[in-house]
Design a protein. Structure first.
Length: 257
């Protein structure tokens, strides 16, 4: 059994970021870490964990990194159990896996089939599983935060995103309905609707890295790309403030508005 990691500064419960990446996931981990939570970051590979942990250590945050595919039910359950074993009760859950394989690229809404819809919607049961794993303990302790990010197609018709829009809408509806159900308890649930590339994230970096080949011809150079992207640290700070104030069910971030 792994020895529990103790944070001498904090009496707060653990914050776990499922599906951490170099953009928004890491920003969330750092923001809740600065608020006094020991942090667990989880991703499918440990390739970048050393760098992530270095950022968290520089912030003064006690943190651990674990490997699991959180879209696989058994792996997700096992890794959440390990977080509790290492850091104690989970007080903050951020569910943000976002990696896409080529077979997961959007199918336009007028071309989707039941199969492509089910493929996109597969993320929803895993989000529900994650919440179901931590919610009873949060309710018993009368303290907790659940944040579920989703895409802009959840609230704005975006036909090219097709099957992914169905999953986005489902996650958003789940979050805001959970928010209503938990009113009057010590547990907060909220939706983060993200409409734009996240600076520092994998998709943004891939676009910026290929600007000479793909973006230069469109006139979208590095500076214009940055202007139509979102700052992950601003999103994380506003999400933390929303979860602290608990006065609304969601925040929408869009480069289109």
């Amino acid at each position: 059994m792994a020895e529990r990691v103790k944070d001498p500064r904090a009496e707060r419960g653990a914050a776990v970021v499922l599906g951490v990446g170099p953009g928004l996931g890491l920003a969330m981990a750092r923001r809740f870490g600065r608020a006094g939570h020991p942090v667990a970051i989880v991703s499918r590979s440990d390739t970048r964990h050393e760098r992530y942990l270095a950022h968290l250590a520089a912030d003064g945050t006690t943190a651990i990194a674990l490997v699991a595919d959180v879209l696989a039910a058994e792996q997700q359950a096992a890794v959440l159990a390990r977080v509790v074993e290492r850091l104690g009760p989970i007080e903050v859950l951020y569910f943000g896996p976002a990696g896409m394989a080529p077979s997961d690229f959007p199918v336009p809404i007028d071309q989707i089939t039941g199969e492509s819809a089910l493929r996109a919607l597969a993320v929803v049961p895993r989000a529900v599983d994650a919440v179901a794993s931590v919610l009873p303990g949060m309710i018993a302790r009368d303290s907790g935060v659940i944040l579920l990010p989703t895409g802009l197609s959840a609230v704005r018709p975006m036909p090219p995103l097709g099957n992914l829009a169905l999953a986005a809408a489902a996650l958003r509806t789940y979050a805001v309905t959970l928010h209503a159900a938990l009113a009057g308890t010590g547990v907060y649930a909220g939706s983060l609707v993200i409409g734009g590339g996240i600076r520092g994230g994998d998709i943004f970096e891939a676009m910026a890295g290929h600007r000479v080949e793909g973006l230069a011809g469109s006139g979208l150079d590095e500076h214009r790309l940055a202007a139509v992207s979102l700052d992950p640290h601003e999103i994380a700070d506003r999400a933390w403030r929303m979860a602290t104030a608990r006065d609304r069910a969601e925040l929408v971030f869009s480069v289109l508005d």
